[in-house]
Design a binder for this molecule. Sequence first.
Ligand code: NAG
Ligand code: NAG
Length: 182
Amino acid sequence: MAPSLAKSNTPIIFSLFLLSIIIAFPAAAQGDQPQETNFVVFFHITFKGPDNVTDVAVAGVPGEAWRHNAFGTIFVNDNYMTETMDRNSPKIGHGHGIYVVSTMDASSLLISESLWFTGGEYRDSTLELHGTSFLTLKYREIGVVAGTGKFRFVRGYATFETVLVDIIAGHATVRVNLTLLQ
Ligand SMILES: *[C@@H]1O[C@H](CO)[C@@H](O)[C@H](O)[C@H]1NC(C)=O
Ligand SMILES: *[C@@H]1O[C@H](CO)[C@@H](O)[C@H](O)[C@H]1NC(C)=O
């Protein structure tokens, strides 16, 4: 009889153990829950003159044109960052970094971009974005992997959406929605 008794007690002990975890966990986690923050910034890109160009190809496959649709091309950017879509609104920082045309069909980029805040609420802080941008998507989502200043230990994600392209002026604007946990 003993073995069958031991067997029937196991589920009770196990569920008591589970219950104790369920009860203990919220108490332990209280006051220590990560807070979600959402905000939007805009990158203003100048891809041709007469204004200073903020997005340039710096390397690529030798003997081939260095373009957005050429595998292996590496770009550096230093875009003007604002809080509103108006490119003449006050600058709050730079969206700067590098990206590489990283799939052979040129349908995606590998991006490593830093948002460096020089004004506004997050002045002197940075957010580090890293990941794959699938160019065929309206909303390109990449990871927020780290930060400094007010963003220490942050994690989250960002969506990039091109909201304006002015071929004549050589300008483009990208809305960056940030969802952060900290
Ligand atoms: C272009 O860059 C130079 C050097 O940083 C700066 O002096 C000039 O004002 C810039 N021009 C425009 C139109 O932003
Ligand atoms: C980005 O944020 C704006 C403003 O809050 C919102 O209208 C838009 O739907 C958001 N886009 C995405 C992809 O979340």
